[in-house]
Design a protein around this ligand. Structure first.
Ligand SMILES: N[C@@H](CCC(=O)N[C@@H](CS)C(=O)NCC(=O)O)C(=O)O
Length: 137
């Protein structure tokens, strides 16, 4: 972690996109855990901000969400959720998490639309040549 990314005494910082499913899980878990945090908007659809060097230094995987804590950076939404809900979640919490990670989310959201609809691939800019979302389809 770079010095500038570290937070000392500050609130955790969540880099997230409102429409992103995994960002939603992180926000839900942080709210459920009663953790105060600062939100930073990452425009993954139009500006492709997840590919900017400052963000890649935080999250080399170039995805949202990312949670910057005082002593570490979490780049997987499940790690963020487990951090927020307690690293050894009870049975009910674990079932909640398993449920959310059990959905074929690419099929249900943008990924599915982009795979099936050529018009959507033109209209939704994440499908440009730089997009990793589309190259995964
Ligand atoms: N395994 C990651 C997946 C995160 C992920 O795929 N996020 C999508 C948005 S829901 C993303 O950042 N896509 C940007 C891209 O593919 O360029 C997690 O659970 O945090």
């Amino acid at each position: 972690m770079t010095e500038s990314a570290k937070l000392s005494g500050a609130k955790p910082r969540l880099y997230q996109t409102p429409s992103s499913y995994y960002s939603m899980i992180a926000r839900l878990a942080l709210a459920e855990g009663g953790i105060a945090y600062e939100r930073v908007f990452v425009d993954i659809h139009f500006r492709l901000s997840q590919q900017q060097p400052d963000y890649v230094r935080l999250n080399p995987g170039m995805t949202v969400p990312t949670l910057v804590l005082a002593d570490r950076i979490l780049v997987q939404s499940r790690d963020i959720a487990e951090h927020a809900l307690g690293s050894t979640p009870d049975g009910e919490t674990k079932a909640w998490l398993d449920l959310h990670y059990g959905y074929p989310i690419e099929e249900l959201t943008f990924g599915g639309i982009l795979a099936r609809n050529p018009l959507a691939r033109i209209m939704i800019p994440t499908c440009g040549p730089k997009s990793r979302s589309c190259s995964r389809l």
